[in-house]
Design a protein around this ligand. Structure first.
Ligand SMILES: NC(=O)c1ccc[n+]([C@@H]2O[C@H](COP(=O)([O-])OP(=O)(O)OC[C@H]3O[C@@H](n4cnc5c(N)ncnc54)[C@H](OP(=O)(O)O)[C@@H]3O)[C@@H](O)[C@H]2O)c1
Length: 328
């Protein structure tokens, strides 16, 4: 195994400071939402994780419910930590989350202290870890006081079960309040994980300003709009693609004529830049969304290689940006 002790993997990746913290994150991170569950092929997961790490991707993003079955992505990642990634723990930033449905009864989802703390303990067991680097509240809970949810995050950080606290899919207003509460508890919010892509720009309407003001980093999930921003759907739905899979979250109805027209026009700009559309979409998101990292998913190692190579051309001319803006 050549993975440990190979300084070469850090030579080409860019590492960005996560907000005002001491933590650097790779400009491209890998998420394990799809394709790492119990029904997926273990050798493929292992290849993907090794490919990512060889390319300098040090950050792997999980959640309690990733699978299916729920929890199985964490179990598989735990096996990889003892297998292909053995000996590499201190070179990795591993995150997990709790917020969505995980187990039956009143304590298996949302944002109570009861649920969050129990869920993190379960995640640590599944991955065979003593701590995660980042623990997130996966979604805001309208029925739990924000102080309780943030208090649970601060508690696990102070216990050492997580090194940093993060929030996901919180609005600008909720983020400002969460940030104020966490700071008051002596555990500043490290990072926000919102959805963001060329097709989904809600963070530009206030959230980005809050993150910059409070020194909070940002890592965008679904920066390729689950594959829509890759050109793979231009000639129909390929077999085995996310839109084709019954457990995939991308639905065929989302691939409309209007979307495909935009993809075709964006694809032409990417070709002029000697990039694939996926590559252009990723560097566009990093720049326009002022992100610390783009959090990609993948079903094959080659996609990870292609996506990391996006960083080779991350400059945009004003006219390219204007042309993209007019298409979007
Ligand atoms: N916080 C939250 O609530 C939340 C929600 C969703 C996701 N996330 C996190 O964000 C991560 C990424 O989300 P995502 O998977 O939706 O991201 P994405 O990067 O927008 O989509 C990934 C999918 O696009 C396709 N793809 C990727 N690169 C490609 C390429 N170069 N060419 C062709 N197709 C390509 C693959 O699908 P195919 O199967 O079609 O090949 C891949 O699985 C997740 O794993 C998870 O960690 C968080």
């Amino acid at each position: 195994m050549t993975l440990p002790n190979d300084p070469k993997r850090y030579e080409t990746m860019t590492y960005n400071r996560c907000g005002a913290s001491g933590l650097l994150l790779p400009a491209v991170s890998l998420g394990l939402w799809h394709n790492f569950g119990s029904a997926d092929v273990y050798d493929n997961m292992s290849d993907m994780v090794q490919t990512a790490f060889r390319l300098g991707i040090t950050h792997f993003d999980l959640a309690n419910n990733y699978g299916p079955a729920r929890g199985s992505a964490e179990e598989n990642f735990g096996n990889l930590l003892r297998g292909a990634l053995a000996g590499c723990r201190d070179e990795l930033v591993i995150s997990t989350k709790a917020g969505y449905f995980m187990w039956h009864g009143p304590y298996g989802e949302w944002g109570s202290r009861k649920y969050l703390i129990a869920s993190l303990d379960q995640s640590l067991k599944r991955m065979g870890l003593e701590y995660v680097d980042i623990f997130y509240s996966h979604r805001p809970d309208p029925n739990t006081p924000l102080e309780e949810t943030m208090g649970a995050l601060a508690h696990v950080v102070k216990q050492g079960k997580a090194l940093y606290a993060g929030i996901s899919s919180y609005s600008a207003e909720q983020t400002a309040e969460a940030s104020r509460l966490l700071r008051g508890m002596g555990v500043p919010c490290l990072i926000h994980q919102p959805s963001y892509s060329m097709f989904n720009r809600w963070i530009e309407d206030g959230l980005t300003d809050v993150l910059q003001r409070d020194g909070i980093g940002s890592i965008a999930f679904s920066p390729l709009a689950q594959g829509l921003l890759t050109g793979k759907y231009l000639n129909g739905i390929p077999k085995g693609s996310r839109a084709d899979r019954p457990d995939g979250f991308l639905r065929a109805e989302q691939i409309t004529k209007e979307v495909l027209e935009k993809v075709t026009s964006l694809n032409a700009i990417a070709a002029r830049r000697n990039q694939t559309l996926a590559q252009m979409a990723l560097v566009w998101a990093l720049k326009v969304g002022k992100l610390t990292s783009v959090l990609i998913g993948a079903s094959r190692p080659e996609q990870i290689t292609e996506n990391v190579r996006a960083l080779e051309n991350r400059e945009f001319t004003d006219s390219e940006l204007a042309e993209i803006e007019s298409i979007l």
